[in-house]
Design a protein around this ligand. Structure first.
Ligand code: CO
Length: 424
């Protein structure tokens, strides 16, 4: 079972080299399952018993189901589509010594720089083109899908201090090599060819580097999975699987995958935006329910904010809290923070533990050491727009924000089972 799920997860991540591809993958799956796509720029006609989804910016998606009978609230599970990477700048080609063409990039999110070196990388994202027949601007997904660029290390002989800690400067150290001097002037053509369009039609782009290494299941008994972008596509995958297989519903169920978590969520398609609020209130209005109905329901609703968590690292066991020590394959991690970077409280922790008990899946707990600042996620940010009981959880993983992260093969299944129970 766990290997089938790991294979499916690897297939999803492999098909999702950028946030745009991840959303496209989920959208296609929802269409296959007879969900109806709603557009933000047209009027919505929502029916009891209907299944819908809406996409914003091509990089965030909210799917929901409406119960046939009267219902009392919502069950929302939120995760994020983006992951740390390097974004291709405008005018990206940079010549070096009349021999090399590099690409000018800037950091997206807080990545670990070191593991990006010396591995085949490619480029994916979207281009915006003008349709010359209609005059409209159109977005096209693009994935070059071959070993295209590389960020070579500096040899140890040229920096004897390299193993003693190094401070990476993205503008100097992280520029990928694209080709020899004959590659000059060809970058946009390479992108246009991969997208099946003409170079001169490209009016805009959002393009990112990605790691070409495929996902792998490994360890003495296949207990580990390593893959790019496990944070947070592992949670998005489990959320969608649980959402689609939940057998019946007495709540409005909502699968929500937002963008730009890695840069603070403050965009039109991030958790700080009105996307979730707009979607829910438009659905209620279209069902002829009032603002008062929405607020009454919200008070009885529950949200799971699902974003991966740090497992205890075997080589750095002292970095974990002394009494909250999550391990790979130990189950879903509930995240706590007194400063409310995680919005779990006694009530939402109890609600989530209750769900996991019913689903018969193990839970673990995470909190930062009190002398270390931790990360943040989308739950508390989303709560400032749509305020409801929310728990922050995640699957335990190592090497967070590396382009090749490691998690436990059992844990994906635990979250799918919990999600199924949650959406029941
Ligand atoms: Co994350």
């Amino acid at each position: 079972m766990k290997h089938t799920i790991s294979k499916e997860l690897i297939h999803f991540i492999d098909s999702s080299p950028s946030c745009f591809h991840a959303v496209k993958f989920m959208k296609d799956l929802l269409l296959q399952e007879q969900f109806i796509q709603l557009r933000e720029n047209t009027k919505w006609h929502i029916q009891r018993g209907g299944r819908y989804f809406v996409v914003r910016n091509g990089s965030a998606i909210i799917a929901f189901t409406v119960p046939q009978q009267d219902f009392t609230g919502m069950r929302i599970m939120a995760s994020h589509s983006d992951s740390p990477s390097f974004k291709i700048k405008e005018n990206p080609e940079l010549e070096a010594e009349n021999h090399y063409i590099r690409l000018n990039v800037e950091g997206y999110g807080g990545m670990l720089c070191a593991p990006w070196f010396d591995r085949p990388l490619s480029i994916a994202g979207r281009v915006i083109i003008k349709n010359n027949e209609t005059g409209n601007l159109e977005s096209r997904l693009v994935d070059v899908d071959r070993d295209l660029v590389m960020i070579p290390s500096l040899a140890i002989h040229l920096n004897r201090e390299a193993n003693k800690g190094y401070s990476y400067n993205i503008q100097k150290d992280m520029l990928p090599l694209y080709g020899d001097i004959s590659a000059k002037g060809t970058f946009l053509r390479t992108i246009a060819d991969a997208a099946g369009i003409k170079e001169e039609d490209i009016l805009g782009h959002d393009l990112f580097l990605y790691n070409r290494q495929k996902g792998s299941v490994w360890g003495a008994s296949g207990e580990y999975i390593s893959c790019p972008r496990l944070d947070d596509l592992q949670c998005a995958f489990a959320s969608l699987k649980g959402f689609l297989t939940a057998p019946k519903q007495s709540f409005m169920t909502v699968h929500c995958v937002l963008d730009n978590e890695e840069t603070g969520s403050a965009t039109k398609q991030g958790a700080a935006s009105t996307f979730l609020y707009d979607t829910l209130t438009r659905a209620y209005r279209s069902l002829h329910m009032t603002e008062e109905d929405y607020l009454i329901h919200l008070a009885d609703s529950f949200m799971i904010s699902a974003d991966n968590a740090h497992a205890v690292h075997p080589n750095y066991t002292d970095k974990a809290d002394p009494s909250n020590r999550p391990f790979l394959n130990g189950g879903i991690v509930i995240k706590f923070n007194a400063g409310q970077k995680y919005c779990t409280d006694g009530i939402s922790a109890a609600m989530f533990r209750d769900i996991c008990q019913k689903a018969q899946v193990p839970v673990q707990t995470f909190t930062n050491r009190s002398d270390m600042a931790g990360g943040s996620t989308l739950g508390n940010i989303s709560n400032t727009r749509v305020a409801l009981n929310t728990v922050d959880i995640g699957l335990p993983q190592l090497a967070m924000h590396s382009p090749y992260e490691t998690a436990g093969t059992n844990d994906t299944e635990y979250l799918i089972k919990a999600a199924e129970k949650f959406f029941l």
